[in-house]
Design a protein around this ligand. Sequence first.
Ligand code: NOJ
Length: 780
Amino acid sequence: MEESRNGLSRRQALGAISWAALAVGMTANPALATPKRAGKPSDAAKKAFVDDLIKRMTVDEKIGQLRLISIGPEMPHAKLMDEVAAGRIAGSFNTVIRRDNRPLQEAAVKRSRLKIPLFFAYDVVHGHRTTFPIPLGLASSFDMAVIERMARVSAVEACNDGVDMTFAPMVDIGHDPRWGRTSEGFGEDPYLVSECARASVRGFQGTSPDKPDTIMAAVKHFALYGAVEGGRDYNTVDMSPLRMRQTYLPPYKAAIDAGAGGVMVALNSINGVPATSNTWLLQDLLRKEWGFKGVTVSDHGAITELTRHGVARDNREAAKLSIKAGIDLSMADQVYLAELPGLIASGEIKMAEIDACVREVLGAKYDMGLFADPFLRMGKPEDDPVDVKADSRLNRQPAREIARETIVLLENRNQTLPLKKQGTIALIGPLADSGLDILGSWSAQGVPEQAVTLRAGLEAAIEGKARLVTARGSNVIDDQKVVEYLNFLNWDKPEVVQDPRSIEAMIEEAVSVASQADVVIAAVGELRGMSHESSSRVSIDMPGSQRRLLQALKATGKPLVVVLMNGRPLAIGWEKDNADALLETWYTGTEGGNAIADVLFGDHNPSAKLPISFPRSVGQIPTYYNALRIGRPYTEGKPGNYTSQYFEEAQGPLYPFGFGLSYSRFTLKDLKLSATRLKRGQKLSAEATLTNEGSYEGANVVQLYIADPYASIARPVKELKGFQKVTLKPGESRVVRFEIGEDELKFINGELKEVVENGRFDVQLGLDSHDVLVQSFELV
Ligand code: NOJ
């Protein structure tokens, strides 16, 4: 520190010239040359570059590199420019217009003393300009190529807006659908979510995050945010280390192993210690055990919230705890700038501790290719898009193709679907024509007016061959307090616009419209704001007015196709029993209406599967399929006292994990193992024959579960260990084979060690987690 404050070294003087010139000037010393868009730089070159820079930084400049700022009322654009020029900002988030960001980057690389480039971050979670289905939907595809493609296309769009980093993927395991952020995650299963995490990172970062068309992925929310108590957002997490390692931690680890350059730290506490001040989490586990070498960022306001958690007396202590725990970047910083100088001066924080954080931030900028070219993604001013929202900037075709893969067929009585493009079709329901809701939560730069609603999708599909009649039928929810809450959550303008008519009048109109039709499609579910951050629910029922609407439509006697739009499992027992066809579409994004129409009319045969179990009622939560064995399990078909059950309701989920139908009839038969004894270090294979016995070409997902009925600790009743999506023509069969070795059999034991134990294992193959073929083998 003193070095950089006193006598200017020759390197400090370099601060006055541009980074491009610096890179050229350094070519004499290959160790310091930053490669221009040329593959991944070597760790040694990066280290030398960053170390040299840190030596030349003042304390204030170092603190500046720990601050991530969003433009807002407290930080208008002009003020942000000055702060950047003063070297007091590392990067900004929520600014995604090149014309706005360019002057900021220029202020950094032309006006600030050391000319350290800024980086621009954003929540590119399931799309950027084009909105793809929400992550829960993406996971339903059980197709990692689909997820990778979503992330790749999103990254390219984000790069075109000069975005360098995304706060994604969100890989928090969700066991409690009351939690509104269930919509942002990939579901309940550690294996599936880990696969989704890897695919997302591959898509966002491509071969390396230093390319003009790749962005750095910051996986979130580390850790265990999905386990907040009672599904109440921001709540505490109290969890055994065993459960953490067995269930909740693997997806973060998977993202990091796939190369995620950043980690966003969760808002919740873990066993009493907030993640933001959790040295065990951020240092022992993340850095030492897992070897993470990237940058950590706090979540919004999390550092100052340490005072509310009650672990920091004031902001000063909050800043100290966070730095010591290892929070490199302070998001929406309110404390690092104010508190770190004093903490450093008093010696409570050592310069080495600050340097460790600065090193990661500069390292991330280096990895994003920004030292080689600060305008790497922003490009040249003359290429700035004239109309940032131009339709030509959207990727509609991939959005439609991806969305079709995420729609789950839950019921299809009497082959109600696919529909024919003929006669009169009634489209009813408050979500039938909502361009906003179909985008789902965290829709980035998605524009509701550019979204294809279900109504628009149906109209385009029938091409005048059938008559479409419509009615709204009800509001999504009639509780004014809820509407006000949801509107309060939105900063720009009220999201929820209520139809002022009475529910009776709306239903009457809907019934009269339905009566003219040959078939009724009802689009119902949740407003997108109901499945969002800060949107925990006490009930997961279909809101009352929509249920009344559905009952009235059912009473018309017309075939009823229920199209669900929602971001969490709902308790849809009535819909299951009464709908002639039931489609879970989640929120399908910009091309949602077209994709749903493709499925409704059979232009696409649905093949998606539920990535999360659907409870029968809120009281049944949690219902995740991979629960631990217990001493008194409920046994199907053998009701009786003194077993684990709720006595007033049927047992088990309404729809199990992995469930989803097709227009074709698929059978899975003849499970065979290649051996009944497996020696350690060797593998055996499990195979079964999948047949398409129906009359449509289609895909199905064959799922491999393994159960370990006897071990040193109680193990889950079964665990997903593999899946394959297979497309078959009508009448076609294929043998689907899985390899099983120690990787599929290992688990975390009571001493928190990864082990494989000898004994019997049950191999289960099925088209969902419930209905399976079983064969056993012995590990010896
Ligand atoms: C708060 C959210 O918890 C997080 O997921 C998001 O990335 C940040 N805000 C930034 O928008």
